[in-house]
Design a protein around this ligand. Structure first.
Ligand code: ACO
Length: 402
């Protein structure tokens, strides 16, 4: 503490804010969060209204273009996306080169990065038409890439997109469909997955979005910037929490299902155990997305022939935590990830795909934030300062004398 403040005095103007807890990196008019009151709005519209009345593609348009589309604008946006869902055959062959047990997030980021090798005619960040076609290509091709990553992992043949289907239906069919076998798409899964993507679509300057902006601030193209965002989301402290929640519930179940014993462990901070899916850097109240996800989890899991006992464990955990002073005094509430994993599991996704689903949802937010950054005349290359704590000058020693 003291050492650092002395160093800061010596460096003059530099502010040390590890983890950017208090430092804004930009001005933005896309997403508003009030963490104390549990408010989230995209372009001014409350998340609850969008979740109930809008769709993922309409909300993507809203985030990217700033206004809700007219019906003609939405049709055009949707049609353009539908016409770009195919991957170049040579890009499709990339998948042959990855090992079969490759994590689908690693495959996704590599394939998104590779898009800038296929579309060299549209990489100019200052050409509006080129940015628009890159936007469409990303929105269209990322679901195809995501399902191919999954097919690759399970050794099944990849399915070409069926452009007569809606965005989410097409993704579900490419993921779970098998050639020459009829695949019935469950309309409840379509509706719920569409809403989950919408709920993840933007969350202002989180780690992956800040990464997209930082990479883009060097005027790197949209594909390069978004693939960096995918890599940032790969980390367990960011996109990986939904997987961690499910693993926690499975552990409680295999230990005999004693929820109170687990909560005691968390409160005693035994082995650093945390209640995964609880707490948030910004929300100090119920995450508004978590309330919507909880309802969806009850809808999806409630209609299964054999209910998943993990849902019951999750609801018990929440009830106990919300009535316990340890969690209440620290303002720890369920976050968006507390119930999503249960829904993805019920839909048939393996845990490694959970983070990919997060990426699919966050994509329009990354694009919208990149576009806002590139069009902001005040944007400067992101170049943080540092507080140097290494050696002062010392003289080079020839190798023989070390
Ligand atoms: N379980 C138990 N205790 C917790 C939890 C938790 N999930 N989260 C915070 N706490 C406690 C801390 O131990 C600390 O207590 P102390 O004052 O006695 O030391 C206090 O609450 C404050 O916690 P911090 O870690 O300082 O809060 P921070 O804002 O840095 O962390 C985070 C936020 C990382 C989300 C944290 O709440 C956490 O680890 N949650 C579990 C993981 C998770 O669900 N992540 C998903 C976040 S949402 C997203 O990325 C989409």
């Amino acid at each position: 503490g003291l050492e650092i403040s002395k160093l800061l005095k010596e460096t003059g103007q530099v502010t040390l804010d590890t983890g950017f807890v208090n430092t804004a990196s930009c001005v933005s008019s896309i997403t508003y969060i009030d963490g104390d009151q549990g408010i989230l709005r995209y372009r001014g519209y409350p998340i609850e209204q969008l979740a109930e009345q809008s769709s993922f593609l309409e909300t993507s348009y809203l985030l990217i273009h700033g206004e809700l589309p007219t019906s003609q604008q939405l049709t055009e946006f949707t049609n353009r996306i539908q016409h770009h869902t195919l991957l170049h055959e040579e890009l499709r062959r990339f998948f042959d080169g990855f090992p079969r047990d490759a994590h689908p997030m690693a495959v996704l980021s590599s394939a998104v990065s590779a898009l800038s090798t296929f579309y060299q005619d549209s990489l100019n960040p200052f050409d509006d038409e080129q940015v628009e076609i890159s936007t469409i290509r990303l929105m269209a091709k990322v679901p195809t890439i995501a399902s191919y990553a999954y097919k690759k992992a399970i050794g099944q043949p990849m399915l070409y997109p069926d452009n007569s289907l809606g965005y989410v239906e097409n993704f579900l069919r490419m993921t779970f469909g098998v050639p020459a076998t009829p695949y019935e798409i469950d309309p409840v899964f379509v509706k719920v997955l569409d809403m989950l993507l919408l709920l993840h679509a933007d969350h202002e300057q989180n780690c992956s979005t800040s990464t997209v902006r930082l990479v883009g601030s060097s005027q790197a193209n949209l594909f390069a910037s978004v693939s960096a965002g995918v890599n940032a989301l790969f980390g367990p402290l960011h996109g990986g929490a939904n997987q961690a929640v499910l693993e926690m519930l499975q552990r409680i179940q295999s230990d005999g299902g004693d929820v109170n014993a687990f909560v005691r462990k968390v409160k005693n901070k035994e082995d650093g155990v945390r209640l995964m899916g609880f707490g948030h850097r910004v929300y100090k109240n119920y995450d508004p997305r978590a309330a919507l996800v909880k309802k969806a989890a009850q809808d999806v899991l409630g209609r299964m022939a054999k209910p998943d006992p993990l849902l019951d464990l999750a609801m018990q955990l929440e009830e106990i935590a919300l009535a316990d002073d340890f969690f209440v005094s620290r303002k720890l509430y369920p976050n968006v990830d507390f119930y999503t994993g249960l829904i993805y599991k019920a839909m048939g996704f393996p845990t490694t795909m959970f983070t990919v689903l997060f990426a699919l949802g966050r994509l329009p937010g990354w694009i919208a934030q990149w576009r806002e950054m590139i069009n902001d005349p005040d944007t400067k290359i992101g170049r943080p300062r540092q507080v140097y704590i290494g050696y002062g000058q010392r003289d080079y020693a020839p190798i023989a004398g070390r």
